[in-house]
Design a binder for this molecule. Structure first.
Ligand code: CP
Length: 308
């Protein structure tokens, strides 16, 4: 069973195949209308369930469009409207859905929910984000880097701000794709040790640097994300903003990175908090390519999961 649960749980050769396949599928569409299916329609007669227990714009639309381009059909389900939100167990939900659909994508809160869904489903399960990780996003980010600058292996990636779930998947990718990773942010928001340990064990150079200007020196890629994640309490907002203000990605900070460096943000963004509009709309930014590449990267993930 090819579940896509996390980057560190997926074979590096499979990850490489998915990135190359995503780039090839993007090139093959060559400006075709977005609603038109791909020529080969590998998901013809397949049904995919897309479950959302948290809000989404990119994940929801890109998976829905991606499945349709591959010739399949989708049903988008809200966790609250399902019996899952009213006491039915995750295990029973997984068993029932597996009788109806060919693949389940789930965005949820707890990592344990995703793992339980995968344990009891008899069809592949894709992680569409948990409080811990966001692997589909980072597959799109690796694809985006390589589309613009070639192989990401050996490059220096700098993460500014909160060591959140997206940062965690970047650390997994550092280990699997072989790039160096620097985290700059306040100590209380450091990424979890297990994510850092994975990257280091795989041979990636991981640096924790409190000074953002020192951290960004010589960066090939500068990345940030919202200062308050979906699962963080609203009460954390003011403290987070005070803690993270020194780590804002602005033009002065970007000027310390390599001249041909890229800037990424997975979106949605709070403009002029974690990154200024000057950077988001500036010459280093590839944020909308990242958003588009969710579509192509996830099509490759869907095909890999289904062996197509
Ligand atoms: N980046 C991302 O996952 O966006 P959505 O929350 O809109 O899906």
């Amino acid at each position: 069973m090819n579940h896509f649960l996390d980057i560190h749980k997926t074979d590096p050769a499979a990850l490489r195949t998915m990135i190359d396949s995503a780039l090839a599928m993007k090139a093959a569409r060559n400006g075709r209308p977005k609603g038109s299916p791909d020529d080969d329609r590998p998901l013809k007669d397949r049904m995919v369930a897309l479950i959302f227990e948290k809000p989404s714009t990119r994940t929801r639309v890109s998976f829905d469009v991606g499945v349709r381009q591959l010739g399949g059909q989708t049903m988008v389900l809200s966790g609250k409207e399902m019996q899952l939100g009213h006491g039915e167990t995750i295990a029973d939900t997984a068993r029932v859905l597996s009788r109806y659909v060919d693949l389940i994508m789930i965005r949820t809160f707890e990592e344990a929910t995703l793992l339980e869904m995968a344990e009891h489903a008899t069809v592949p399960v894709i992680n569409g984000l948990t409080n811990r990780t966001h692997p589909c996003q980072i597959m799109a980010d690796v694809m985006t880097y390589e589309e613009h600058r070639g192989p990401i292996g050996g490059r220096k990636v700098v993460w500014c701000g909160d060591g959140n779930n997206v940062c965690a998947s970047f650390l997994h990718a550092a280990g699997q794709f072989g790039f160096d990773f620097t985290f700059t942010g306040p100590e209380t928001l450091d990424p979890e040790d297990r994510f850092v340990a994975f990257a280091r064990d795989k041979g990636s150079k991981v640096t924790i640097q409190r000074d953002p200007f020192t951290a960004v020196e010589g960066a090939d890629l500068v990345v940030t994300d919202t200062w308050v994640s979906m699962h963080d309490p609203e009460s954390a907002k003011e403290r987070r903003h005070n803690q993270l203000r020194p780590y804002q990605v602005n033009e002065m900070l970007m000027s310390r990175a390599k001249p041909d460096s890229l800037f990424m943000h997975c979106l949605p963004a709070h403009r002029n908090d974690e990154a200024t509009s000057a950077v988001m709309d500036g010459p280093h930014s590839v944020i909308f390519d990242e958003a588009e590449n969710r579509l192509h990267a996830q099509k490759a993930i869907l095909r890999w999961c289904l062996g197509l």
